[in-house]
Unconditional design. Structure first.
Length: 498
């Protein structure tokens, strides 16, 4: 690929971008502002004109538009690099069919949307006969990140990444001179890492919402005081993008009515686009516990049942009295609980990536995931440097919680964490993510669990067998006189996943 120049890309563009909704337009401008020659196109010609006009208004002279698929592809230098940012699902398939007919062997096509990873694997196989290399790439950071530097999570052939790398490394967010991008692995891995990123994001957002609810409903803090507290937290161990924007959100006054705050006028029903649901489904598929993320998803489902909740509020009763606790103590405990629970959310997500990577043979580096999440993306956090160090020091680390540094932090805070969960329960304040995180912590640190009884029940009603502590092999018991011999135990348990 030629070095970036300032020549308008009427031909020989370094890269093409198709799909000019918010993310597409901003990422195209990002690449062009770094000096790369960019050609853009879109199903709607008006968006091509709008993007070109915006580039000119911003003083960018390395972006041009083409309105026909053939002219768009022709304008890109070989081997062509084409990035798609269109709606996931069938629109991606339709766009690939539209553009690939004009492409040649050795070209690269990148889907930058939030896509279910098996679709990327399928598309890669479908393009194989044409010898077009396919990359599924997660992009995190929203509109601002796309324009100024997102976290990029590509997954595809090594040869394709080598062609894309000069562009992606310059357009990604930069942290301490390091670009927030790496090739996660073969096709599908980038989509998977981005999916789990979003699952962690679900957990993190729910935990912050629960902390806000304690401040508002138990402590009785004003919006300004809550904003100030989150801003203070953002200067310490909780420093993160989501904590930062929470401080800004809480103090934003309503400029439509001139009264109160915007956040208090927002209907308490949370939307979603599916990646959190995919993460929970994948956790189940991989037999990886992800209770914080699942609790966050359930909280969104419950939030959508607004009318039912309003009706139930006059029928179902909660505590008539709440514990009397020092407000300063609550806020101190809340900070510790939020730190500890957030670690659990990251731990669950990283365990899921590792399990899928092992199953699929992707070879995803968890240390690199932590590195590229430090900038540009929604879950960027001051804790990620320490997480990166943990996995760099021990690439076989089974769980983030047992890294010596994180284990020490959790051990120091678990009593405060328990007090917050207890306070919420005693006050009738829902805290599903705080509670799920604590249960995850307690379950993981338990050398002995009650699962022996569960397995005994399975053997009682289904002859599923069990393992013993004192003998090798599979075992079954005739629990009552009504139980009979079940024959070959291996045949009974064939296909059992545990």
């Amino acid at each position: 690929m030629s070095a970036p120049t300032s020549t308008p890309p009427t031909s020989g563009a370094d890269v093409g971008l198709y799909g000019l909704a918010v993310m597409g337009q901003n990422f195209a401008l990002n690449m062009a502002s770094k000096g790369f020659k960019v050609v853009v196109s879109n199903r709607s010609p008006a968006k091509v004109d709008a993007t070109v006009a915006r580039a000119k208004a911003e003083g960018i002279d390395t972006l041009a538009g083409e309105k026909s698929p053939e002219d768009f592809i022709r304008a890109i230098a070989k081997p062509r690099k084409v990035i798609l940012l269109v709606m996931a699902g069938k629109p991606v398939d339709d766009t690939i069919a539209l553009l690939s007919r004009h492409m040649e062997p050795g070209d690269v096509m990148v889907d930058g949307g939030n896509e279910w990873y098996p679709n990327s694997v399928r598309r890669s196989m479908e393009l194989l006969p044409k010898q077009i290399m396919f990359v599924g790439m997660g992009i995190s950071g929203g509109e601002e990140g796309a324009r100024n530097g997102p976290s990029l999570m590509p997954g595809g052939p090594k040869e394709a990444y080598e062609l894309l790398s000069p562009i992606l490394t310059r357009c990604a967010a930069q942290v301490s001179g390091s670009p927030c991008v790496f090739n996660c692995g073969t096709v599908g891995s980038g989509n998977y890492v981005k999916m789990v990123h979003n699952g962690i994001e679900y957990g993190d957002m729910q935990l912050i919402a629960e902390a806000y609810n304690v401040m508002r409903s138990v402590v009785g803090m004003s919006n300004e005081d809550m904003s100030a507290r989150f801003a203070e937290w953002n200067k310490g161990e909780l420093k993160s993008y989501l904590i930062e924007i929470t401080a800004d959100i809480l103090k934003k006054r309503d400029d439509k009515t001139g009264q109160g705050y915007v956040v208090d006028k927002i209907r308490d029903c949370t939307g979603m686009k599916g990646t959190g649901m995919w993460t929970v489904k994948e956790a189940a598929s991989q037999s990886v516990p992800a209770p914080t993320i699942a609790a966050a998803l359930d909280a969104r489902f419950l939030s959508g049942r607004k009318d039912e909740r309003v009706a139930a509020s006059s029928i179902l009763k909660g505590p008539s009295e709440v514990p009397s606790v020092s407000h300063d103590q609550i806020l101190e405990d809340l900070q510790a609980a939020l730190y500890a629970a957030k670690i659990c959310s990251y731990a669950q997500g990283l365990c899921l990536i590792k399990a899928a990577s092992d199953a699929e043979g992707w070879g995803v580096s968890l240390a690199e995931c932590c590195r590229i999440w430090r900038g540009g993306c929604i879950i960027r956090s001051g804790q990620l440097d320490q997480m990166r160090a943990a996995f760099s020091k021990d690439s076989g680390l089974k769980n983030l919680m047992i890294d010596p540094d994180f284990a020490s932090g959790l051990n120091q805070r678990h009593c405060q964490w328990r007090r917050i969960v207890t306070l919420c329960i005693a006050s009738g304040i829902p805290c599903p993510a705080f509670c799920a995180s604590l249960n995850y912590y307690d379950s993981y640190r338990s050398a002995s669990s009650p699962a022996n009884l569960t397995q005994a029940q399975r053997d009682f009603f289904g002859a599923h067998t069990f393992e013993r502590n004192d003998m090798e092999g599979k075992h079954h018991v005739a629990w009552t006189q009504d139980h009979h011999d079940v024959g070959n135990l291996d045949e009974r348990t064939a296909g059992d996943t545990g």
